[in-house]
Every structure is written in structure tokens, then in C-alpha cells.
Write a protein that binds this ligand. Sequence first.
Ligand SMILES: *Cc1c(COP(=O)(O)O)cnc(C)c1O
Length: 397
Amino acid sequence: MGKKSKYTVDKKGYYGNFGGAYIPEMLYPNIEELRTKYLEIIAEPTFQDEFQKLLRDYVGRPTPLYLAERLSEKHGANIYLKREDLCHTGAHKINNTIGQIILARKLGKTKIIAETGAGQHGVATATVCALTGIECIVYMGEVDMARQRPNVERMRILGAEVRPAKSGSKTLKDATNEALRHWISDPWDTHYIIGSVVGPHPYPDMVARFQSVISEEIKWQLKDQTGNEDPDYVIACVGGGSNAIGAFYHYLDQPEVKLIAVEAGGEGVHSGKSAATTQLGKKGVLHGSKSLVMQTDDGQVIEPHSISAGLDYPGIGPIHAHLFESKRAKFLSATDEEAMKSGIQLSRLEGIIPAIESAHALAALDQLVFDPNDNIVINLSGRGDKDLETYIKWGRY
Ligand SMILES: *Cc1c(COP(=O)(O)O)cnc(C)c1O
């Protein structure tokens, strides 16, 4: 699960010009404990046994790699869907929270904290805490709690405490601040579960390793179905970038496999209502690492917009900033409108209603030109059940 490559993290915690651990002094002991121990713990056979067993029996892995014939016919190439939407709780996020909860226990931690924006990472965290009987506190902006009521109740049903963040704009950034404050005040028995390939080193690398199971499976599944484990394209949507790096991971050093990352263009990249970080962002520090960040000239973070909550993030994981700068991955964007149309199209052609995040990856099919023999893998990061209200409001189906 993890290998050396010029695209993975270096000894100092960097991906080229990006990454690192920009944290307050007070957090140093927590991050240092994690940094010095995570690789060793993840490599332990007892860790791997438990991780693999839960991925199989609890999450439902391996998830299928499905040749979508009607979608393929429509776009003139062989399109395979990696069905992360079939994971327990409806998306890839659970791969990471399972890994981190086992790690937390091995570190002797008895309490979990997390922050959540739309609530999806909060639900995935509350799920694994219920599974292991560990106390769970999820920080969520007060405004987000009102907007995402069903996820708040899901977390509560699962036994988590949801604490409202009442400062600032009362959204994700404020929830993150409160979670960090909690961790500083209670470092010894608490582990902080971050939900994407963001945050200070070693989080981006740790989360990427847990999600790399996605491309590990794609390799043997594609080989089984086509005789060749390497597709021509791998396409995934990017919020922080965890499902995308999971799908790219084992192809990073194979330049013949084209990697396509799709960001949320919102109402248009230059409309002022977008989350297309690589197109709009500048170098800066966000949530503890150096990356590309949507910010004003004087460094204020710009409020992002996307119709999908999971892509509504003003930054991008440092590994993706590096893949962008080094041109190893190609970054595209899809607007709200394009994503919604692609979500409806998949529903009609294949009987699969995708998460609106994943629909952004599907929208890339209209922006690329394929050879009829091309094999394309699209990472279908989640299912659309959570987005029903957004589909209904959009209305055009
Ligand atoms: C959270 C989420 C995303 C975005 O997060 P990444 O870390 O970029 O993968 C994408 N798709 C779904 C279904 C999500 O829940």
C-alpha cells in the first residue's frame, strides 16, 4: 500500500513545492506522534489484517468495476465505472475513516474528533466510532447544521455528539478551527480524523494510502476484464482530492495512463461563484499545509461555490497541487449545470443516480476526445441518495 515515486511525499513531508506541516506550536506533539508512528503501524500485519477484513466484510470491497455499455456507446469509447458508490455509507470516505480508526486504537486513543462541512465526513467518522465503540465528537458550523439536517441526525443516531461552531461564518473553516482548538486542549487521548488528502503532513500521505485501495483494485479488475491492467484514462472529481488520488495512486509513475482531475466550476470559473482551485488559486497555506488556495491579493480565503457540497472547498490537497504544477495530471472543470446534466444522463443510460460530486467526473467525457478503443475508468465516488433534494430543485429531468 504505498511506494516511492516522485509524485508521493518526500522525507520532509513535501510534494515538490507543496505540503509540509504549518501548525501552531501547541499542536506539534500530536502531529509529531502521528508522523513518527503512522508508517510503522500501517505496515504491521495486525493492522493490515483488520483493515483488509473490515474493507471486505463491512465496507463491501472490492467494489465492482463496471463496463457501462450504454454510456460507452454514447461517448464512443469503453467506459468503466469504479463503483465506490456501493461502499457502505454511500461513498469512498469510509475507506479512510476505517484506516484512521484502527490507527487511533493502535495509538491508544480513546476519543475521536472530526470536522465536517456538509456532514458526509462526519457521518463516515461517526460510523466507524459506532463500529469500534469509541467516543465521537464532530464539529460542524451552525449554518451547515441547519442546511444539512439529515446528516446531523444520522450522526446523532450513530451516537456521535455534534458540536456547533458558532464563530465567523459558522461553516467548515470555523468547525476546523474549533476541532483544532479541542485537539490542542486534549491531545493525549484524542485522535483527529481528517477526511481528505489535506491538512499537515502526515495526513495527506496517510489518507492517500488508505484510499489507494481503489486503484489497487482497478488494476486487477481491468486486467481480468480486458487483459491489460492499464487504462488510457483515469478520471475523478476533486474536492480535497482523496477519491481522485485513490484512483490515480498506482498509476502515478505510468505516464501512458492519462490522469484527469475535475474541479467544480460552479456557475463558471470566472463568475465569482466557483471552486476551481487550480485555475483560480495561488500558493498559500490552508489547514496546515502549503498548497494552492483561492484567496484575495492580501491572502483572505475566498468563499468557494459548488452545487455539490463535497467539492465546495477553497483549497486542494498538496499532492494535487504538485500533479497540477508538474503537469502529471490534467485539470478540467465542470459547471453546476454540466454536472447536473451528466448526473441525469448516467441515471437514464445506466440506472445509476450518482452523487453530484461524481457527476463532475462524468461531465469530463464531453470535454475529451477519445479513440474508439480507449479504455476509460471513471471513479464514481458516491451515490446520489444524499443529493435527491438538489436533483429535485434543479428539476430538469
Ligand atoms: C466528499 C466527497 C467528494 C470530495 O472529496 P475528495 O476528498 O475530493 O474525494 C467527492 N465525492 C463524494 C461522493 C464525496 O462524498
